[in-house]
Design a protein around this ligand. Structure first.
Ligand SMILES: [Ca+2]
Length: 184
């Protein structure tokens, strides 16, 4: 039985404005690899290294909370210059969890065109709270894909670091729509 992660998204619901449908080119300043503090979190322990900000959209239109809202019409998009290699999002747990697998929509499948226009994650590093990590190569698909976690120990968080991307045809912004976890 899957134990998916759910949180309260009242704030998210308030922000569900008609979406522009894509991630526009980011003009955020370049950020140092791994150096930026957690910037965006309404949940106590979820954070991301950056998020895309567009001039004509709410400043949190691509926030990390979109990863857990159950909608493939919303996404987290990194806000670094270029494809966001080294940018990350982190999911915290109230108590240490023996994560068995994660399920991810590693792009922005709002429409087929939007999916192709933006970068998708090709290779991801999965980091655990004890410092262990593993990498996974993802398929370039709009649907959920499942990544088995190759360890038995519980972790207080799972951090996903963008290592490589499938390039978008229009925008150099890397998007992830959904992440869910299964526990042992
Ligand atoms: Ca979403």
């Amino acid at each position: 039985m899957n134990h998916h992660r759910h949180q309260s998204f009242l704030i998210v619901l308030a922000m569900l404005l008609p979406a522009a449908g894509h991630c526009a080119a980011a003009e955020a300043p370049a950020k140092a690899f791994y150096k930026q503090p957690p910037l965006f979190s309404t949940a106590p322990s979820d954070s991301a290294s950056s998020q895309l900000i567009e001039n004509n959209r709410p400043s949190d239109a691509y926030r990390a909370e979109h990863l857990s809202d159950g909608k493939d019409s919303t996404c987290w998009a990194e806000g670094a210059e270029g494809p966001g290699i080294g940018e990350w999002v982190q999911f915290g747990f109230d108590t240490p969890k023996p994560v068995k697998a994660l399920k991810i929509i590693a792009g922005y499948p709002k429409t087929p065109a939007v999916f192709q226009a933006n970068n998708r994650v090709k290779k991801v590093m999965i980091v655990f709270s004890d410092g262990e990590s593993q990498t996974a190569t993802l398929a370039d698909q709009k649907e959920f894909q499942r990544v088995l976690i190759d360890r038995d120990k519980p972790t207080r968080f799972v951090k996903l670091v963008i290592m490589e991307v499938y390039k978008g045809t229009k925008y150099d912004d890397t998007c992830v729509s959904e992440v869910e976890f299964e526990y042992k």
